[in-house]
Design a binder for this molecule. Structure first.
Ligand SMILES: Nc1nc2c(ncn2[C@@H]2O[C@H](COP(=O)(O)OP(=O)(O)O)[C@@H](O)[C@H]2O)c(=O)[nH]1
Ligand SMILES: [Mg+2]
Length: 412
């Protein structure tokens, strides 16, 4: 969180919002998934719900009786009532992924159209604010200040906001400027920031399996993203295995099993409450023995400020390395765009503790604050591989800077 300068929060919250506290909200109190921002799952075609699949039987050995001290409590350690409520809610809403097979009309659109519609809330918000600043005005200092505030409120970050206003100051001062002119400058600046981080996730075929570890806070979209990725890889003819490493909740295990069934990828799972590192170890050895191309390991959602949970994540990584010292080959952090500034903190802490190699930003369709991706890119420089713009299996797109910039700036 380097995006600070004196008066930032005053400017961020000043005047237009009823939010009382001009203080950064402590990370653990931020809603991990603000329900109001997440549209209900769209069922484009009424498909009867699939029965929950039986647990596939890839478990070769009987589960050893867990050591007493290793039995996790029946829930994550952070059992505050709020957190439990969140989990119960997440479990309810995530147990069954949206239906996969039938293509809704929206998914027959071109990819840019889908991106643009996913980013519509962000681009509408930005365009609306820009237009309101630039109605019949010559570009003067006051207008530039107002514009800078609008851009900061859109979570683009101070640096990007100033870069845009500086460009306008230099090129257009005292001239008539339209919203469209400003959007063009905005798109160019956003593209400049995002270009270097828009890097595809490269699967090294020399690694069998290529191990992808998926991490992030609860509800950020890990399991859904794994399902979407599995679908992509299977469609490319790769042999994929999934590991249900979120062993805290039965619903999370089932959720991954359903994705596995739908994508044809076998899922290594253990009963809820099992040790996550043990499961990761089994999945590693089995994927290796079967010569799988890709193993994707799910993990329990953890808040980045809970030290003991971060320690456990480090243990999972150590165990993976015991089987293959070069693994995990990709450690992907899912960031929920609807969490706004808190995503910055998540990127920072997970980066330090788990060696994040790349980002997937989810739920860009569920927020007007998609600009946060720009701030994160500028601050951390981590590769952004994919963005999620919906709950459907096809709503995961390789990240392309120019398209994103054009879509968020609302240009055609
Ligand atoms: N609108 C939208 N919802 C998403 C996206 N990605 C995930 N979700 C939803 O977010 C919720 C939490 O996702 P889940 O994968 O269970 O998160 P996890 O706890 O990190 O594994 C689910 O209801 C998902 O359908 C996205 O890109 N857009
Ligand atoms: Mg999950």
């Amino acid at each position: 969180m380097t995006d600070k300068k004196p008066g930032f929060f005053k400017r961020l919250f000043g005047g237009e919002t009823s939010q009382p506290a001009p203080q950064p909200v402590p990370p653990q109190e931020l809603p991990v998934e603000p329900p109001q921002d997440v549209p209900p799952p769209i069922d484009p075609v009424p498909v009867p719900p699939e029965p929950v699949p039986p647990v596939p039987a890839p478990e070769p050995e009987p589960v050893p009786a867990p050591q007493p001290e290793e039995i996790p409590p029946p829930g994550p350690p952070e059992t505050t009532p709020d957190y439990l409520e969140d989990i119960a809610e997440t479990a309810e809403r995530t147990a069954v992924p949206p239906p996969l097979p039938v293509e809704p009309p929206a998914q027959q659109q071109g990819w840019f159209a889908r991106l643009a519609s996913g980013l519509k809330r962000s681009s509408d918000q930005l365009s609306g604010s820009i237009t309101s600043v630039f109605t019949k005005r010559k570009l003067d200092a006051a207008t530039l200040d107002e514009l800078e505030d609008v851009l900061i409120q859109a979570d683009l970050g101070i640096e990007t906001a100033s870069a845009i206003t500086e460009t306008l100051r230099r090129d257009r001062f005292d001239k008539d400027v339209t919203g469209e002119d400003v959007r063009a400058v905005l798109a160019a600046e956003v593209e400049k920031v995002l270009g270097p981080v828009a890097r595809p996730l490269l699967i090294d075929p020399g690694q069998k399996p290529f191990v992808i570890l998926m991490i992030g806070v609860n509800g950020s979209g890990k399991t859904t993203t794994i399902g979407k990725l599995a679908q992509k890889f299977v469609a490319e003819g790769k042999s994929v295995m999934l590991a249900a490493g979120d062993t805290f909740r039965a619903a999370a295990i089932e959720q991954l099993q359903i994705w596995g069934q739908r994508t044809g990828a076998p899922v290594i799972a253990r009963p809820a409450g099992s040790d996550a590192s043990g499961l990761a170890f089994d999945a590693m050895t089995q994927a290796q023995a079967e010569g799988r191309d890709i193993l994707i390991i799910d993990t329990a959602g953890r808040l980045q400020n809970r030290d003991e949970l971060m320690n456990e994540l480090e243990k999972v990584i150590r165990v993976i390395k015991k089987v293959n010292p070069s693994a995990p080959h990709a450690t992907l952090l899912t960031l929920d765009a609807t969490t706004g500034q808190n995503a910055m903190r998540q990127a920072e802490v997970f980066g330090q503790r788990a060696g994040v190699t790349g980002l997937v930003m989810t739920k860009l369709d569920g927020t007007a604050r998609g600009g946060i991706l720009v701030a994160i890119a500028r601050t951390f420089g981590l590769p952004v591989h994919f963005i999620g713009v919906g709950e459907g299996v096809d709503d995961l797109e390789p990240f392309a800077a120019a398209d994103f910039a054009r879509a968020i700036a609302g240009r055609e």
